[in-house]
Design a protein around this ligand. Structure first.
Ligand code: SF4
Length: 352
């Protein structure tokens, strides 16, 4: 046997942590496997402080590895866009005061989410959901996955469950990601009760946001958040609505239209009173408090069943959509938490 044939590169395990219950269950599962692993969390700058605290204390509460935090940096994009504004807007007849204000706002703010929106001159939307890739996927891939891949194969453990949505129910147990890592969804067939039971087994309380009424953990709010969720945020965490209101004013001042709203598609051509108007977050919050909802905004939210984040790395937690848990669960058999051998052989290596 040659030296080459006997040399096996160990698999490196990486758990994607969002601060939500499912990725926490996967972190605990990795812990139970006894294999060394790393864990990573992408900080969007649009999270609740309780999530930051939960993630940063996960290691001390469980005896597992510290969760590494990555953060996108848009300083170069901001500088490029600032230069473009100063060069091109005056040529387009934009008044000096507007040019100066827009250019002056192109400085890093400390929040990747806001920096990205300033650089783009808009908030993400269902049709232009650049947030997940720019704020979560790319920082994790560039800062953690690619450097790990230089040392050997990488297996990413994802907290995706079939019950969450029909889209997630169709996902495979494992597949290769564009980055070159292999994605594994060890709790694909788990029920939410199994997720909580994993927390209980480790004596770990969940992210406190659940007890405070939130159905999901992630951006506060997410661009896909539903009516009830927005109402809960406004009731329990009004400071986040105030922050988004300030962000709307900033992003509006960085584009030529002079308007930008967090919920981008709030236009109803059928609305005779306000056809095609943009609605700021305050207006949408007011609507979220109505018992039956308004025609204008319902159009928007009805197109966003169960959240809508399409992250294939389980980086944005979803809430279950209207297809019902039984239908989704039936699509995927319950998995054993044991590591699948076919994935290991695919990697042509053996576990460490
Ligand atoms: S949680 Fe929502 S707003 Fe945040 S990155 Fe994911 S899709 Fe975008």
């Amino acid at each position: 046997m040659t030296a080459h044939a006997t040399h096996r590169v160990p698999i490196q395990h990486l758990v994607n942590v969002s601060g939500g219950k499912d990725s926490t269950a996967v972190y605990l599962l990795a812990l139970e496997s006894g294999r060394p692993f790393r864990a990573v969390f992408a900080d969007t700058g649009n999270e609740h402080p309780l999530t930051y605290e939960f993630v940063s204390r996960l290691a001390e509460r469980t005896g597992g590895p510290s969760v590494e935090i990555v953060k996108a940096d848009f300083s170069q994009q901001l500088a490029r866009h600032r230069a473009y504004i100063l060069r091109s807007w005056p040529e387009q007849g934009i008044p000096d005061a507007i040019v100066k204000e827009a250019a002056s706002l192109h400085e890093p703010t400390g929040s990747p989410f806001l920096d990205l929106c300033i650089a783009k001159g808009r908030f993400p939307s269902r049709m232009a959901q650049f947030c997940t890739e720019q704020l979560k996927t790319l920082p994790i891939v560039l800062e953690v996955v690619l450097p790990m891949l230089r040392a050997g194969p990488v297996l990413q453990w994802l907290g995706i469950r079939a019950e969450e949505s029909a889209h997630r129910a169709r996902q495979p147990r494992w597949n290769r990601h564009d980055s070159g890592s292999v994605l594994w969804r060890p709790i694909l067939g788990w029920s939410v009760e199994e997720v909580w039971s994993m927390h209980r087994r480790h004596g770990l309380g969940a992210n406190p946001l659940y007890a405070l009424g939130m159905g999901r953990v992630g951006c506060m709010p997410c661009i896909h958040c539903g009516k009830r969720e927005l109402r809960t945020i406004a009731q329990r965490f009004p400071e986040h609505i105030e922050r988004i209101e300030r962000w709307e004013a900033i992003v509006a001042a960085t584009n030529k239209r002079g308007v930008s709203t967090f919920f981008a598609a709030l236009k109803d051509p059928m609305d005779a009173d306000r056809p095609g108007t943009y609605a700021g977050i305050r207006t949408v919050v007011e609507w979220s408090r109505t018992s039956r909802g308004g025609r204008q905004y319902a159009l928007f939210f009805e197109h966003q069943p169960g959240g809508g984040c399409t992250s294939d790395l389980a980086l944005c937690e979803r809430v279950r959509d209207g297809e019902g848990p039984q239908a989704a669960r039936a699509a995927v058999p319950t998995l054993s938490p044991a590591l699948p051998t076919e994935r290991d052989s695919m990697l042509r290596s053996t576990p460490p």
